[in-house]
Design a protein around this ligand. Structure first.
Ligand code: NAP
Ligand code: G4F
Length: 349
């Protein structure tokens, strides 16, 4: 019989890629989604897997819906990816982020404990846990120092996962994933904001790109490769925690420069710094040492920085060209408002 995997947050970037990966491995795939007034399945449609997955409505603030999702799917493995995942928004919705990104983990773990403690569990932990603790590569033993409501909520989820592992001997793992990007990345995140706007500028559909902190550095990898590591963690004999990264750090400025290079334009002519995109507190540097994952999981990244930027810009360019030619396809960018229309607290500081 096929194994069954339940993905919370299947409509997100990682959820969609993981669903595709598990389907290719022969899994029966279930995913939770939120009931929204406008359907939000474009990533599953874009990957051509919408008809191949089973969708269950559930919200992380509603314990009953999580219990129901687990009972309906009766999974071998749960990949807990659902979260309010945007660091910037966590400063605007600090309480909601705690309820969803933090307490949501406990709700899923507790449902597993009560319904079927044999279910294996993957927790989407993050490099944001380290915050500004180091300007060197960090590993599984490095100290944490969260710098946002998001990362504090994720730190809570990280510890709950360890507590359920030790306290109830559940098979649960923390994947401490560093930033991973793709053409399916949400438009609010800096990489996709850049690739999408650069593509529009190249086609004369946009005039400028407004960004915040250009100097912060991230360890950016390619999302389709990162979801494989989630599955690998659940295939091991013992549950454990792993850093997944490229061990390279590049600045937002470098990403921007490379992205404009892809379309043959000089970034300095188009980029403006806008203080609305600065955060009350930012993480300046993140770089991950993934030696443990390489040794124990046999996992290693292949797509590095230059290639990643190229993939993202070329895909957004292709989409806008197809749209100009009258083609219709599932895509987020058409409905995304210019960020200038979004009023946040930062406007008044
Ligand atoms: P994403 O694209 O923002 O997807 C988040 C998913 O969570 C979406 O399916 C979203 O549903 C769902 N969700 C949000 N609030 C929910 C709620 N209250 N109830 C149920 N579902 C809810 O994030 P991602 O990039 O795929 O990341 C996946 C996970 O990995 C997240 O937990 C993120 O924090 C973590 N992570 C990401 C990275 C990265 O670089 N991408 C790195 C480390 C860790 P809607 O589609 O309805 O909004
Ligand atoms: O793309 P970002 O919003 O991602 P961030 O904050 O690193 O968080 C992402 O990665 C985490 C893993 O480390 C995940 F846990 C989390 O869920 C999410 O996926 O911002 C990256 C950097 C920040 O320093 C930000 O201040 O880019 C800087 N930045 C500069 N201008 C900007 C902008 N960020 C955004 N979103 N928009 C800007 O205009």
């Amino acid at each position: 019989m096929n194994k069954k995997g339940l993905i919370t947050g299947i409509t997100g970037q990682d959820g969609a890629y993981l669903a595709k990966f598990l389907l290719e491995k022969g899994y029966e795939v279930y995913g939770t989604y939120r009931r929204l007034s406008t359907p939000n399945f474009w990533r599953l449609q874009y990957l051509d897997i919408f008809d191949k997955v089973n969708l269950i409505p559930a919200d992380l603030v509603d314990d009953a819906s999580i219990v129901e999702a687990i009972k309906i799917s009766n999974p071998d493995d749960i990949y807990h990816l659902a979260a309010q995942s945007f660091v910037g928004a966590s400063f605007e919705q600090p309480v909601g982020t705690g309820m969803v990104t933090g307490l949501g983990v406990t709700r899923v773990l507790e449902a597993i404990r009560q319904i079927n403690p044999k279910i294996k569990f993957y927790q989407a932990s993050t490099s944001e846990l380290y915050g500004n603790s180091s300007d060197k590569p960090v590993n599984e033993n490095s100290p944490f120092k969260p710098a946002s409501p998001y990362s504090a909520a994720k730190l809570y989820g990280y510890w709950l996962t360890q507590i359920y592992r030790e306290g109830y001997t559940l098979f649960v793992c923390n994947g401490i994933l560093f930033n991973h990007e793709s053409p399916l990345r949400g438009l609010e995140f800096v990489t996709r904001k850049i690739s999408n706007t650069v593509a529009k500028i190249a086609l004369d559909l946009e005039k400028e790109l407004k960004l915040g902190n250009l100097e912060s550095k991230r360890d950016w990898g390619y999302a389709p490769e990162y979801v494989e590591s989630m599955w690998l963690m659940l295939q091991q004999k013992e549950p454990d925690d792993y850093v997944i990264a490229t061990n390279e750090a590049h600045s937002v400025r470098e990403f921007t420069e490379k992205a404009f290079d892809v379309v043959g334009l000089d970034w300095q002519e188009y980029v403006k710094v806008d203080k609305r995109f600065l955060r009350p507190l930012d993480v300046n540097f993140l770089q991950g040492d993934y030696s443990k994952a390489k040794k124990k999981l046999g996992w290693e990244p292949e797509i590095k920085f230059d290639k990643l930027v190229e993939i993202m810009v070329k895909e957004d360019l292709d989409r806008w060209e197809r749209w100009q030619n009258g083609e219709h396809f599932p895509w987020d960018a058409l409905n995304y408002p210019s960020e200038v229309k979004i009023v946040t607290r930062a406007l008044s500081v």
